[in-house]
Design a protein around this ligand. Structure first.
Ligand SMILES: *Cc1c(COP(=O)(O)O)cnc(C)c1O
Length: 420
C-alpha cells in the first residue's frame, strides 16, 4: 500500500505501514470485529474526497462545490436502503460509538433511562456502560444472559423494562454468539413505549446476506458500523423506516454531534455496499457461519467450554477456566504464534476485566482470505496446542513451530487488499 511518494516524503511512516501490511498478511486474524477490505474500498478511502467539506445533507449543504459529493452520498444512501430494505439511511456517523450517541441525542434527554446489555455480558460501552458518556449522562439499566444457557435472559429484559420504563432499549452487542431475537425485544419495547435500537455492528454483513434475521420491521432504529462483517471502511450508518425518526436522527448526527462528513469514507461505504449486494457476498456470509461452526466443533471436541455451547454466527466466546489459564496470557501466547485474538470477559466472570477468563474469536477475516472448514479445524488444533502448552508453562517450542505453520498457511490464502 505504501507507495513511492509516501516513501519519499515520510519514509518512517511508509516503513511502518509496510510492516503492518506484512504483519496482517502473515497473521491468522481471528478478531471477531475485524476484516480485510477490498482494494476497491482502500482506493476510495485513499482518495481526494478527503479534501472536501460537506456539512449538511445532499441538496442542503453549507458549503459550495458539492456537485460530485452529493452524488456520492446519495449513492451510498440508496445502496444502504436497497441492501437493508429500509426507507431511510444516514451514512455520516464517524463510527459506531458516535452513531449510537446520535440515537440518545435524537430520542432522550440527559437523565432519561436506557436499558442495554451489560458490557461484561457482551453489550457495547455505548449501551449505557458506567465508564461511557452514555452511562454517565443517562440512567442506565443493564440486562445480561442466563447462567444456565449463556443466552440473553429475555425474562429479565422484560422485568427490567416494566420496572424502569426506559425510553430507549438497545439490543445487539460485541460478544453475542447467538441469534438476536428482534421480535421479542420489539414486543417488550412496545409494551413499555420505548424506542428499540438494534445495534447490528457485528452482524451487519450476515444480516445483509440473509444469514442472520433482520431487525427491519422490529426495531425503530438500526445502528451499524461498516467495518466488521460488512467489510467496508471504518464508519457507521443509522437506518429507520419511520419518516419522523429519520428527521430526528439526521438532526442528531448533523448539526447535533458532528461537523463535516468524511466523504472519502462515504465513498468507500458506497463501494462496500455495492460489493455486499453481489451474490458472492451471500456465499461469503454463509461461509463465515459454516467456518465458525467448524471451528467451534473442533474446540468443543478438544474440551473447550464455549459460552452458550457454540455459535449461530461469526463469533465464539471461549471460557478458559477449565484449562487453568486466563484469557490474557492465552491471547498473548496465541498472538506470538501468529493467531490474533482478544481476551474477553465471559458472563459472570470471577476475574477482573483487564485479566478476564475468556478469549473471543471470529471468522469474518479468515473467511475473506478464502479459508474453509479444513483450515478452521487446523486453526482449532493450533489454538489448543498453544493454550495447552502455555497452561503447562512450557510453550516456547510449540509457539515457534505453530508460528512457522501459520506462515505457511497464510501464504496460501492471500488477504484481500494486500499485495506483497
Ligand atoms: C464495534 C461496535 C460499536 C462501536 O464501533 P466503533 O466504530 O468502535 O465506535 C458499537 N456497537 C457494537 C455492538 C459494536 O460491536
Amino acid at each position: 500500500m505504501a507507495d513511492e511518494t509516501l516513501k519519499a516524503v515520510d519514509p518512517e511512516i511508509a516503513a511502518l505501514i509496510q510492516a503492518e501490511e506484512r504483519r496482517q498478511a502473515d497473521t491468522v486474524k481471528l478478531i471477531a470485529s475485524e476484516n480485510y477490505v477490498s482494494r476497491a474500498v482502500l482506493e476510495a478511502t485513499g482518495s481526494v474526497l478527503t479534501n472536501k467539506y460537506s456539512e449538511g445533507y445532499p441538496g442542503k449543504r453549507y458549503y459550495e462545490g458539492q456537485q460530485i459529493i452529493d452524488q456520492i452520498e446519495t449513492l451510498a444512501i440508496e445502496r444502504a436502503k436497497r441492501l437493508f430494505n429500509v426507507a431511510h439511511a444516514n451514512v455520516q456517523p464517524y463510527s459506531g460509538s458516535p452513531a449510537n450517541l446520535a440515537i440518545y441525542l435524537a430520542f432522550l434527554n440527559p437523565g432519561d433511562t436506557v436499558l442495554g446489555m451489560g458490557l461484561p455480558f457482551g453489550g457495547h460501552l455505548t449501551h449505557g456502560w458506567s465508564v461511557s458518556a452514555t452511562g454517565k449522562w443517562f440512567n442506565a439499566v443493564r440486562y445480561g444472559v442466563r447462567k444456565d444457557t449463556g443466552r440473553i435472559d429475555m425474562d429479565q429484559v422484560r422485568e427490567l423494562a416494566l420496572e424502569h420504563r426506559p425510553k430507549l432499549i438497545f439490543c445487539g452487542g460485541t460478544a453475542i454468539p447467538r441469534i438476536i431475537d428482534f421480535p421479542a425485544f420489539a414486543e417488550i419495547a412496545r409494551e413499555v413505549g420505548a424506542v428499540l435500537a438494534a445495534d447490528i455492528a457485528h452482524i451487519a454483513g450476515l444480516v445483509a446476506a440473509g444469514v442472520h434475521p433482520s431487525p427491519v420491521g422490529h426495531a425503530d432504529v438500526i445502528s451499524t458500523t461498516t467495518h466488521k462483517t460488512l467489510r467496508g471502511p471504518r464508519g457507521a450508518m443509522l437506518m429507520t423506516n419511520s419518516d419522523e425518526h429519520a428527521v430526528a436522527i439526521n438532526k442528531a448526527v448533523f448539526p447535533g454531534l458532528q461537523g463535516g462528513p468524511h466523504n472519502h469514507t462515504t465513498a468507500a461505504i458506497a463501494v462496500a455496499l455495492h460489493e455486499a449486494a453481489q451474490p458472492e457476498f451471500k456465499a461469503y456470509a454463509e461461509q463465515i457461519v459454516k467456518n465458525a461452526k467448524a471451528l467451534a466443533d473442533e474446540l468443543l471436541s478438544r474440551g473447550y467450554d464455549l459460552v452458550s455451547g457454540g455459535t449461530d454466527n461469526h463469533l465464539i466466546l471461549i471460557d478458559l477456566t477449565n484449562k487453568g489459564i486466563g484469557g490474557k496470557p492465552a491471547a498473548q501466547a496465541l498472538d506470538r504464534a501468529g493467531l490474533e485474538t482478544n481476551y474477553n470477559t465471559v458472563p459472570f466472570d470471577p476475574r477482573k476485566p483487564f485479566d478476564p477468563s475468556g478469549i473471543r474469536i471470529g471468522t469474518p477475516a479468515v473467511t475473506s482470505r478464502g479459508m474453509r472448514e479444513p483450515e478452521m479445524r487446523q486453526i482449532g488444533a493450533w489454538i489448543d496446542e498453544v493454550i495447552t502448552a502455555v497452561a503447562k508453562g512450557d510453550a516456547e517450542d510449540v509457539i515457534a513451530r505453530v508460528r512457522g505453520e501459520v506462515t505457511e498457511l497464510t501464504a496460501k490464502f492471500p488477504a484481500p487488499g494486500i499485495s506483497l
